[in-house]
Design a protein around this ligand. Structure first.
Ligand code: SF4
Length: 461
């Protein structure tokens, strides 16, 4: 029996797919080489924008043809769209056999059994379900691994469908997180990425007895300290995403600055550079507050790279308000930005607001924003040409498979010549050319012990 999983959306969905692959592996399924040879196909969906929604139905149409040829094929839709748009899916794609919400993926084996044994449609869509930590995850990478530390989101940003797809926040007890991280390090993983829709809200809902306690208070800074104790000696890198500006505490900034394993890189969505738009988005902070966090991060964490998310064309956004966003981009000079035109999602407040912006205007604003950010990104990367950077080698470059590709601690791609044996290793590279996506460079050496490396680099510089 073979499975095929098609994944849309964010890193949380990637991890959810890896967990579902683990559940299927435990049931005796193997990964198919293509959808044609699968006995079960799952589409793990995203509902953040309209385009992926449309794509899901296009995929479903294709898989329906396979099902006609092979009626025993089980076709399932999982993830955020299954949770939020179950009725639409049932109407538009009545041949779907199962629907499973992102909060309940651990229920996949039960659901599958119902479909297989009773040959009937089955669904599990509980927003308040208590996710069960996975004991087997079939991971796509042998180098970096995702670990969920907090599920769901308690915020109510008016444009966002996530809270109604993933439910309220629920932190994973630190004991479980630490066990998972230790296991991954023992397995040889070199980078751990802690995930949560609001990862820096971690711990607010934990009570004594739900795991280890630390200084009477559990927050992300505390968790990072504990993780650093096991990650740093093995030179394992740690990242965490996504952060909400309102939970960027001084303790967390200090942890990023001081902990050896924690990378100098943060994803901190700003969404708009205009206070009135931020207010209508219910983001809960002002431009001034956001800028003060950026200032603190740059003052305390040397060389930190800051990435963000921005939406243009939110309902009612005037030309002047859009210009305020451009001004903010120039002021902050983000290292990376994920930029989108506002996409009205069903059952969100923003979708019902008056003064929706015409598509042509949204498109033009988005193009202008992207052009500006590209200029900024190139400029910032050019400043780092001629420097020595630590790179975690991921394997052959997609751009040029004869070369290797990896990422810096600041999450920038570096392409260079080297032996494929370096895959999964930390190396030093001297950057000699900047691009929008990162750098090309020359391999200097492999990172061995910290002291030895520092001495070598001092000699080289
Ligand atoms: S913080 Fe806002 S944008 Fe982020 S997931 Fe929650 S509701 Fe959505």
């Amino acid at each position: 029996m073979r499975y095929w999983i098609e994944t849309f959306g964010c890193q949380m969905n990637v991890l959810d797919s890896e967990v579902m692959a683990g559940l299927l592996a435990k049931m005796g399924y193997e990964k198919a080489k293509s959808p044609d040879e699968a006995d079960i196909i799952l589409i793990n969906t995203c509902t953040v924008r309209q385009k992926p929604d449309e794509k899901v139905f296009a995929y479903l149409g294709e898989f329906a043809k396979l099902k006609q040829k092979k009626p025993q094929l089980i076709l399932g839709v999982t993830g955020c769209m299954a949770q939020r748009e179950s009725e639409i899916i049932k109407t538009k794609a009545p041949y779907v056999d199962l629907l499973l919400g992102p909060r309940s993926i651990h229920r996949l084996p039960d659901l599958l059994r119902v479909v297989q044994e009773q040959r009937r449609f089955s669904e599990y869509l509980d927003l308040y379900d208590d996710p069960v930590p996975p004991d087997l995850v079939v991971r796509n990478s042998e180098i970096f691994a995702y670990v969920t530390v907090i599920h769901g989101c308690n915020k109510k940003c008016t444009f966002c469908a996530v809270p109604t797809a993933r439910g309220p926040e629920k932190s994973v007890p630190p004991k479980i997180v630490l066990e998972q991280v230790k296991q991954l390090i023992d397995l040889g993983y070199k980078e751990i990425i802690l995930l949560g829709q609001n990862v820096n809200a971690y711990g607010h809902d934990l009570k004594d007895g739900e795991g280890l306690t630390g200084d009477g208070r559990i927050d992300l800074a505390w968790l990072l300290e504990r993780i650093d104790e096991i990650a740093a000696p093995s030179r394992v890198r740690v990242r965490f995403t996504t952060n909400h500006p309102n939970h960027m505490t001084d303790r967390l900034i200090k942890a990023i600055a001081n902990l050896e394993s924690v990378c100098e890189h943060i994803h901190l969505p700003v969404q708009s550079g205009d206070n009135e738009i931020l207010r209508r988005m219910w983001r809960g902070y002002t431009v001034e507050r956001y800028l003060s966090i950026v200032e603190k991060l740059r003052a305390k964490v040397q060389g930190i790279a800051i990435a963000t998310d921005v939406i243009v064309g939110f309902p009612g956004e005037t030309e002047e308000q859009f210009r305020n966003t451009l001004r903010l981009m120039e002021q902050v000079e983000f290292d990376q930005a994920f930029m989108f035109a506002f996409s009205p999602r069903p059952n969100t407040l923003a979708a019902t607001l008056p003064d929706q912006i015409p598509e042509t205007v949204k498109k033009r604003r988005l193009q202008e924003l992207i052009a500006l950010q590209n200029e900024i990104q190139q400029r910032r990367n050019r400043q780092d040409v001629g420097k020595y950077v630590e790179v975690l080698v991921e394997g052959p470059s997609e751009k040029n498979p004869k070369k290797l590709s990896g990422r810096t601690r600041t999450n920038k791609t570096v392409v260079f010549e080297g032996s494929k044996e370096l895959r999964g290793k930390l190396v030093h590279v001297h950057t000699n050319k900047a691009y929008l996506w990162g750098f090309e460079g020359k391999l200097v050496d492999e990172v061995n012990s910290k002291d030895e490396t520092q001495m070598e680099l001092l000699a080289i510089i």
